[in-house]
Design a protein. Sequence first.
Length: 266
Amino acid sequence: MSEIDISFLRNNLKTKLIGKEIIFFEKIDSTNRKAWEMAEKGAPEGTVIIAEQQERGVGRMGKRWFSPRGGLWFSVILRPPLGVNECQKITLMAGVAVADFLKELYGLKAKLKWVNDVRVKGKKISGILTEMSTIGEKLDFVILGIGVNINISRFPRELADIATSVEMELKKKVSINEAIIALVENLEEEYRLLVKGFSSNLIEKWRRLSDTLGRFVEIRYDKKTFKGIAVDVDENGFLILKVKSNRIIKITTGTCRYLDETTGRS
């Protein structure tokens, strides 16, 4: 029997946009892939596709995302009035919403790793995947995929040292339906502020929750590697990196790895 109660969600969600339409699957290859197909066919903004289990969950850079039963795996169709260069704000917004939800509902102190990881005690508890379709320099739609490790008691060997879950942190199982409601309501509030033009507030919240800023990091993207001190994020969520000779560069995306400044190793 499914832990996710769609009737309960529909009756208790207090949102006006996100989650007004909920599509549920016990098992699916990828909620982001399904959301993309629906968005192309005109599905309304705020539609949520949620699954109890993903067979081919995908993270950033095409990495496989471990998504068994007990986790929270969902995607949201958004149609924000933003330019292409502002899409990163959606990822940062989701990170803030997840971190706040973990603190408010479970008392877990989460930190944000640029660009899409949410971590508790240095271990990944949530990941975000944002994909966009564009028309010229404007966004047509955005698929916001969020995965949160909720009632997961163990991970595969290759993830055991780098991942955690709400259950593992609290040493008990929690209601996944309450988790969905709390997170979706947080997400709607942050999204409402973003589209109203309060992105500076969002960036400031992200900075306060970040454990990337001030660190020596390595960023890899498109066969290029950059190393330096993560100084800040700009108004669009791009990472400001101080590299050799104190040169400042702006990184729009990539995989971030924390390094020891002395040894240059993780």
